[in-house]
Design a protein around this ligand. Structure first.
Ligand code: AR6
Length: 178
């Protein structure tokens, strides 16, 4: 499902963040060390190959709410933007850290003149952020950032599970009716 807002396409789809051909930058729900881990980080590092961690190692550690950009190596993308989401119940206020992840990812994308970006549902796996709370933060942040985007023309949310897909689709419908 997709909508267009302020000339930017916003799309939600079920899939694997490590298999997003046609997208310039994919976002990694990283750990502080930017090391291969489980979930999204595991999929991204195994898709990109070992050179990704060689580059990441020089940029680590990062703090909650921060983002860094690297090449994407063997992934079908140009860049990976690594963000460290908040651990729910620990990095407070969680909503501000989560919002910062999306804002900083947009800002790095703009600096690199990227035209398309794909996000997973940051912090909602191992880091325990309730998906129904996270999706509100995500869309509030996206809506407030849209006016600042000059190069980005396509924002895609890639959800692993069907329940998350429905949460995002419902939110997109809410937004499209104003
Ligand atoms: N593509 C898209 N979404 C995925 C994929 C995938 N390949 N794999 C999992 N998800 P998580 P976090 C979903 O745990 O909560 C890592 O080990 C998943 O179902 O990857 O930010 C890092 O090393 C969930 O909805 O990220 C960190 O230590 C969402 O993506 C820690 O986990 C995020 O799940 C980061 O935890």
């Amino acid at each position: 499902m997709k909508i267009v807002l302020q000339q930017i396409e916003i799309e939600v789809a079920q899939g694997d963040i490590a298999n997003q051909p046609g997208i310039d930058a994919v976002v990694n729900a990283a750990n502080a060390e930017l090391a291969p881990g489980g979930g999204v980080a595991g999929a991204i590092h195994s898709g990109a190959g070992p050179k990704l961690y060689e580059e990441c190692r020089k940029l680590a550690p990062i703090k909650p709410g921060q983002a860094v950009i690297t090449r994407a190596y063997d992934l079908p993308n140009k860049f990976v933007i690594h963000v460290l989401g908040p651990v729910y119940g620990k990095d407070k206020p969680e909503d501000q850290y989560l919002s910062s992840c999306y804002r900083k990812a947009f800002s790095l994308a703009e600096e690199s003149k990227i035209s398309s970006i794909a996000f997973p549902a940051i912090s909602t796996g191992i880091f325990g952020y309730p998906p129904e709370e996270a999706v509100k933060v995500v869309f509030n942040t996206v809506l407030s950032e849209l006016p600042n985007l000059k190069h980005l023309k396509r924002i895609k949310f890639v959800l692993f599970g069907e329940e998350d897909l429905h949460l995002y689709e419902n939110k997109l419908k809410e937004i499209s009716v104003g």
